[in-house]
Design a protein around this ligand. Sequence first.
Ligand code: ASP
Ligand code: MG
Length: 457
Amino acid sequence: MIVMKFGGTSVMDAAAIDRTAQIVRGRLSRRPAVVVSAMSKVTDALLAAGKAAGEGKREQALELARGLRERHHKTAKELVTPEQYAVLGAELDREFDMLDELLKGIVAVGELSPRSSDYVVSYGERLNSRVVTEAYKARGIPAILVDARTVMITDAQHGRAIPLDDEIEHRAKNLVRPLLEDGKVPVMGGFIGATHDGVQTTIGRGGSDFSAALMGSGLDAEAIEIWTDVDGMMTTDPRICPEARRIRVISFEEAAELAYFGAKVLHPATVLPAVQKNIPVLVLNSLNPSNEGTLIVARAPRSKSTFKAIAAKKRITIVDVVAARMLGAHGFLKAIFDVFDKHHCSIDVVSTSEVSVSLTVDSNEAIPAIAADLEKIADVKYAGRNAIVCLVGENIRETPQIAARVFTALGEINVRMISQGASEINITFVIDEDDVPEAIRRLHRAFFTEVDPEVFD
Ligand code: ASP
Ligand code: MG
């Protein structure tokens, strides 16, 4: 069996849901279980409604709910038969009436608790999974709704609840597998779950990928397909470098390195349950279903190409700390890190010598205060408008003279910091923000002009 997960943009309206039905129909012989997100932007709207209610803005909260009610009705009506709609439409009204009551209750209490917020936000996936189930039935797919609250059992940390893997596996095998064996196509909302006591929870923004991975892992799926609206992962940002290529196969570790740089296709941590069981995860495009997408696997196959991708992150500040008197003394780095810690500021790249340390952080308002604290122990300079550029690839380990080739490709572009990650699968350096497009183009030309056709499109 396989798990097919459709993200918000893949189910954003009737036409999109219809496309997913065609895609699912084409894979019935592989026995799919489907996980769906809320329609795009619905989660944001529900969060906003809950927040407005918590602030006593009753009309604003109800207006947002009204918009969502209309959107779900319109979508449902376009997708299902009049007979189905007679039931589904009434169900949607019942649910949205309850949402209204809930929002009014929050207004009355004058506070949005994390528990209520999860309840409000759960409507997105709960209702869309119903709409999608009926839409599939109307298209001859033997779909059956699975209430996520009966399978995705979590702890009670509302907003970011931790799924209980063993319990989920047990329930997937007992509740979902029999449906598959019966020839049905189970459809479940992602992102939402419940505690053992049945209290509604959510597992963090973007959590539907996580739900799909948990379902796939629980059912020992042959593959997990993450359907989104791009052709998988690319070697670099095609807006900067039109020669960017699609990556056919990437390892989990490589994908994880890239996630930090906002390769926002999916957050690899969310598919870890699948990767740990060696279940291949595919990123596919519901707008271009014949494209092969990107395959994420536990171990990347041997390849002739050193790198998989080049990523960049702007809005980086470099902080230089120099303290000659610290020569030979211990505790210097700790003292510095303590300052950043105190300001809840996370450090990304570090390079050190005996008496100096350079660090990078995301540019933020706390930096002057951090610098002032550091001044107490050392001389400090900081400069914003920098960027981290990172080349990722498991073959870096085996490639000699790789740094030399990277810096030759960069030519006269000024490199301010260098770090070859401990993971040995990235080379990271810091340059002026304005140099990013040119640096990326040069590196791409140097390392991706002739590539392994097994790994790149
Ligand atoms: N609908 C949820 C969100 O927008 C979960 C998801 O789409 O993965 O965060
Ligand atoms: Mg997503």
